[in-house]
Design a protein around this ligand. Structure first.
Ligand code: RB5
Length: 148
């Protein structure tokens, strides 16, 4: 799979480690995040990853900031994006199986590297279950279409 990744300065070290891990799992990474440590603005990177995923340039995305929340909010502003913040592997599996989340988010100040790897592996190996979950996921697009 092609995985778009994005991060701010709070998550540079974890992003670099997770990038390597995602490649070891056999995926291709497109890096939209900063590789530096200077204070920068997470909405910029959340939007870049969101746009790449929504445009089909990547199959899914992984975004990381201090908490995972700010960057996921930014990604979720892009039409068609379903980003979820996870601090455990079970949630990471379920956001794919039930919510068909196309972006995984987590916080570099919240989870350590080993837990982050478990989270990433659980997300990337999960499949959307469809069925009753599809009815609900389709409702996200209906909400977007009701927006002015
Ligand atoms: C940056 O200090 C921090 O606010 C950011 O990484 C993130 O946690 C925002 O949600």
């Amino acid at each position: 799979m092609k995985v778009a990744m994005g991060n701010d300065h709070a998550a540079t070290d974890l992003k670099l480690e997770i990038m390597k891990y995602v490649e070891e799992l056999g995926h291709e990474v497109i890096n939209f995040g900063t590789d530096g440590y200077e204070s920068c603005h997470y909405p910029e990177f959340g939007e870049k990853v969101g746009r790449a995923v929504a445009a089909g340039e990547a199959d899914c995305g992984i975004v990381i900031c201090g908490t995972g929340v700010g960057i996921s909010i930014a990604a979720n502003k892009v039409r068609g994006i379903r980003a979820g913040v996870c601090s455990d592997a079970t949630t990471a599996r379920l956001i794919k199986e039930h919510n068909n989340a196309n972006i995984l988010a987590f916080g570099a100040r919240i989870v350590g590297p080993e837990l982050a790897k478990d989270i990433v592996k659980a997300y990337l190996s999960a499949e959307f279950l469809g069925g009753r979950h599809k009815t609900r996921v389709d409702m996200f697009a209906q909400i977007e279409n009701r927006n002015p």
